[in-house]
Design a protein around this ligand. Sequence first.
Ligand code: ANZ
Ligand code: ZN
Length: 827
Amino acid sequence: PERYDAHAIQERWLPVWDSLAPFRSGAEGDARPKKYVLDMFPYPSGDLHMGHAEAYALGDVVARYWVQRGFDVLHPIGWDAFGLPAENAAIQRGLDPRGWTYDNIAQQRASMRRYACSFDWDRVLVTCDPQYYRWNQWLFLRMHEKGLAHRRPSLVNWCPNDQTVLANEQVVDGRCERCDTLVTKKKLTQWYLRITDYADRLLDDMAQLEGHWPDKVLSMQRNWIGRSTGADVQFRIEGREEPVPVFTTRPDTLHGATFFVVAADADLAAELAAGAPADVQQEFAAYVERVRAASDIERLATDRPKTGVFLHRWALNPATGERLPVWAADYVLADYGHGAIMAVPAHDQRDLDFARAHDLPVRVVVDVRGEDGEPLPDPAGTGVATTGDGVLVNSGPLDGMRKAEAIAAMTQLLAERGTGAAATNYRLRDWLISRQRYWGTPIPIVHCEACGEVRVPDEQLPVELPPAEGLDLTPKGTSPLGGASDWVNVDCPSCGGPALRDTDTMDTFVDSSWYFLRFCSPQRDDVPFDVAEVERWLPVAQYVGGVTHAILHLLYSRFFTKVLFDLGYVTFTEPFLRLLNQGMVLMGGSAMSKSRGNIVRLSEQLDEHGVDAVRLTMAFAGPPEDDIDWADVSPTGSAKFLARAWRLARDVTSAPGTDPRSGDQALRALTHRTLHDAAQLVEGFRFNVVVARTMELVNATRKAIDDERVGPGDAGVREAVEAVAVLLSLFAPYTAEDMWAQLGHEASVARAGWPQVDPTLLVEDTVTCVVQVQGKVRDRLEVPPGIGQDELRELALASERVQAALAGRGLRTVVVRAPKLVNIVPA
Ligand code: ANZ
Ligand code: ZN
């Protein structure tokens, strides 16, 4: 063919690849070293969108690169197929969630094939398949045996619109992550996984990930776990037998505590209020009602008015014996620390705001200085708490100590007196996995009046979902599975008596917390994963996905891995060694959304520009972490470049296998330099630079031919064009494959292998640059022939001999004639 026709090329190669299956992994006897490259699997919400197109283009660069480097690469795909959208489609449009889900999967799968994703299609898994979710149940049972899965009544986040419980992670700014409704609280008995038992390990093992995961993700995880160290301090309350503990990060400020606050919605507040005068009791009851309606985020917001009720009760400061008024307020949370605090308004901003709102005393106990060494003004007057380091004052035995020393001293003092101890607190909460929805994994527990909570025996797994037909799926606060009476009523596996199945389903994040293990042996129906295969492939060498999963999914996967390590099923404690978070694809500066009407449809882009041009554009748009604004990029430009590269392959006339050593030396040097750098650039995720360097190689080759410096039969030209084909095989697989075939090769370019780089060709030529000061030669520098004027000027001025000749004088003029001469005239 004479003309580059992207669509014809696609038609030509798709069926060939189907039969070649160049990305099949883990074949018996395949001696290549192993590498696991994983793209986050999609939710089958419709056809692929531009975000998928970016993620899968970038993940493919990495996977295809390692294949070229001679690795047996596991690059699997599957579908995260349970969840609310399917259920909502069922409710709103009367569709069967199963059918809806599998239809979407078929569509996405076809699009991925067309998009030439280098997936191993023999390993596909779908989480709503009973053969998958039976292992969710199996894992749940193992955790139940270890006490890591348990049920308890508690206040939970509740979405009044979806009528479902939400994990803390699914509450964003006090709103439901999915539907944006304000989240409220509700008391329910729910299933939890004890991720808090793993808080320290989840934090400490991050040392393994440092430098390999984006810093931003590591710090998000750290904040989410939220470990803080300090002390528990016991406060006696007049008229109450038991002392009440508070958690503080600043035991050093104990002498500055001027009041005491109990979370208004904590049981303790109700108890203390019960001993208060009748009018206070009424005021308190009305207040609690209002508090319960608000979300944690609203309650903690610093700009929120500090409301509260004085309970007419008194706490005793264990350091001073002073009587502190006890308040109930909503800025203290019931489920953090002990749900009560000692308030130190001089040194805590929220306490200060509260003190100023309710006329409570403010006492400075740390002398904090500004940058100028002067004491910072009194917080009582400025309304700004002083939170920094300083010297303790008004604090008895602590006076004169600095903050850190005083924290240690006070902690010890409290311990000696039996009124306190060092303590650690976490923001992390146990993972609430119960959902009162249909489209999820049934919890494999049976409730029997005689035996209590009974685990479904392993051999009875999977507990399959009953058909949706006939069930009322509309949210109502209890699970739709309760309506499937044939399914719910079972014989107790333990005593054989009448019993009921648990009707909750699991949070879908359970499904994605171990899917990377299942990919190693997706067909095994006797174990969740083949331990030997997992040993062979894991940990995942490279994980690629969106930053939206920076907390939830990654934390849960890390947690599952550690649990499986403790159970002896895996030998590693971190599942993902390296993480790449790609940016988003925007349109006109904002995220694509139906409401903005700025959605770019991937299928239309593929029809218009061809697959390769779209994929190349994704890689070329900028560093992968950055967002891509589709309005600013040029798939047309990408297509033109691809045509130019393709025409080079058409024009090569030397035979395959020609010894390149007889080729044009300048072109060869560029080819080898490009290959050498490209490898490092891909490994550092600088894909856009690799594309730019490939363009440079294409242009230089074309120019060498056009200038008649070399002929199309030159072995250096063939070598350059073959290198271009291999480089492009990472970004534009169809074009690369067609070029490879035009160059006379029979096998797929995908497995051609990275060309051997000849180190002798990497040595750059240099020229000698003379540096003069006042007309006298002072130094000679070896510089690359292509050095820039500015760079050469800096180099010359940095020379020790030149500096000696200048002897501290300033510069009048510096004349630079790159690469040969620099002439300096001092002032
Ligand atoms: C006295 C104090 C003095 C505090 C001071 C701070 C500064 P993190 O870092 O988040 O762990 N606190 C404790 N329990 C709380 C609850 N349930 N709701 C709201 N606030 C609570 O912060 C711990 C600090 O937050 C604790 O230390 C306590 O205030 C407050 F100069 O105690 B501090
Ligand atoms: Zn029983």
